[in-house]
Design a protein around this ligand. Structure first.
Ligand SMILES: *Cc1c(COP(=O)(O)O)cnc(C)c1O
Length: 404
């Protein structure tokens, strides 16, 4: 049977303590033991099903983790307080002093800053490469390399990683392939294509309400156990645990993710097609003009579409700022970072989310000044939205008025 992430989530059955249709929330930081012996065994990691202390895990966090593991098709998952709280423990768990990482050069600004500025303190070095070129990735691998790191669809340039191709390289050189799938939940299932570890910032599409930060690591039981090990686990020891109340609320939002992703994708595809026809430089993986359109198609669960993210280039940062301010004034969305909200969000990555990346490196990777990143919302009437967006662009001389 074909892998269907949304059906896998739906097929889970949870009951609350009193038969509630939602699982009861574990509103406790610590748990009692009937016998002292069981407490000792639990600390030794030998008492399955016993809860110890909520930084380690909690029933609510396990429910959410189980649903996310079902979505990604991995054995299990560990939820965390933020996306960065998922990414950083994974990399520190996999690498020790002297190790090396090969990473895509177009990744989330925070991840880039971590690899560029922070891990070198621990003598962990990273080579940043064009992830769309498998030969460049292979050439960067050294005898010290432990991890291949990428985003399925990259932030903010929407480059698409050939996950199956990267998985082959990872196998060949005995590396772990870690994929951040934040931009393409449901559409792409990296573990099914050979990724060892799949990470999400739950802050974005998955929670979808822009009311919290959260993250998850999906992987094998053995690796998740390692992360949570009370003596040596980076998640346990660095302490970026999700709160149980929040895990319960993210789980409820996860249940509508498939409906939301279809609408995000539908709306983004419509706008991308119209912007491109208007002559704007538009990047959207669903456009035939996208260099990795065919690759995305070959990897995707088609019903969820090409996602809600697109970029246009309006030439200069001043024009980009003017347009974003005007669109906000017209209530088309918000000038805000982040993504996956019901309302459209837009920002200029060069001066915001990717400002950690030095200017010359931004230029080298094609991150131009006039670039606007859109997270397209759940607008009910996207034609109407497009008309008003077009009027904004005409007013600012970005587009010529349409001839009628
Ligand atoms: C936002 C984001 C992150 C970081 O997640 P937080 O929840 O903000 O910590 C990581 N990767 C990608 C692709 C993101 O968009």
């Amino acid at each position: 049977m074909k892998f269907n992430p949304a059906s896998n989530i739906q097929d889970l059955q949870y009951f609350g303590e009193f038969g509630g249709v939602n699982p009861s929330i574990s509103d406790s930081s610590t748990y009692t033991f009937i016998s002292a012996k069981t407490m000792f065994d639990t600390f030794e990691g030998n008492a399955d099903g016993c809860y110890l202390y909520s930084r380690h895990t909690s029933p609510s966090n396990l429910y959410l983790g189980e649903a996310l593991a079902a979505m990604e098709g991995t054995e299990t998952a560990n939820v965390s307080a933020s996306g960065m709280g998922a990414i950083t423990p994974v990399l520190l768990q996999l690498c020790k002093s002297g190790d090396h990482i090969v990473s895509s050069r177009t990744i989330y600004g925070g991840t880039y800053a971590f690899l560029k500025n922070f891990t070198p303190r621990f003598n962990i070095e990273t080579s940043f490469v064009d992830i769309t070129k498998l030969d460049a990735v292979e050439a960067a691998i050294t005898s010290n390399t432990k991890v291949l790191y990428c985003e399925s669809v990259s932030n903010p340039l929407l480059e698409v990683a050939d996950i199956a191709g990267l998985a082959k390289l990872a196998k060949k050189y005995d590396l772990k392939l870690v994929v951040d799938n934040t931009f393409s939940p449901l559409s792409i299932a990296p573990a099914k294509l050979g990724a060892d570890i799949v990470i999400h910032s739950l802050t974005k599409f998955i929670n979808g309400a822009s009311d919290t930060v959260g993250g998850v690591v999906c992987g094998t039981q053995a690796f998740i156990d390692e992360l949570r090990n009370v003596n040596t686990g980076a998640s346990m020891l660095l302490g970026s645990t999700m709160d149980s109340l929040r895990a319960a609320s993210v789980l409820k939002n996860l249940r509508t993710l498939h409906i939301r992703m279809k609408q995000h994708s539908y709306n983004a595809a419509y706008l991308a097609k119209m912007f491109e026809a208007d002559g704007l430089k538009t990047v959207y993986p669903g456009l035939m003009s996208h260099p990795s359109h065919e690759l995305f198609k070959s990897m995707m669960n088609a019903e969820y579409g090409f996602g809600g993210m697109l970029t246009i280039d309006v030439g200069t940062i001043d024009k980009a700022n003017e347009l974003m301010e005007l669109m906000q004034e017209q209530n088309l969305g918000y000038l805000a970072v982040s993504l996956g909200f019901y309302k459209t969000l837009f920002s200029a990555p060069g001066t915001s989310t990717s400002s950690e990346i030095p200017e010359d490196e931004q230029a080298a990777m094609g991150l131009t000044d006039g670039l606007i990143r859109f997270s397209i919302g759940l607008d009910n009437d996207i034609q109407r939205t497009y008309k008003v967006m077009r009027e904004c662009m005409e007013k600012l001389n970005i587009l010529e008025p349409e001839m009628v």
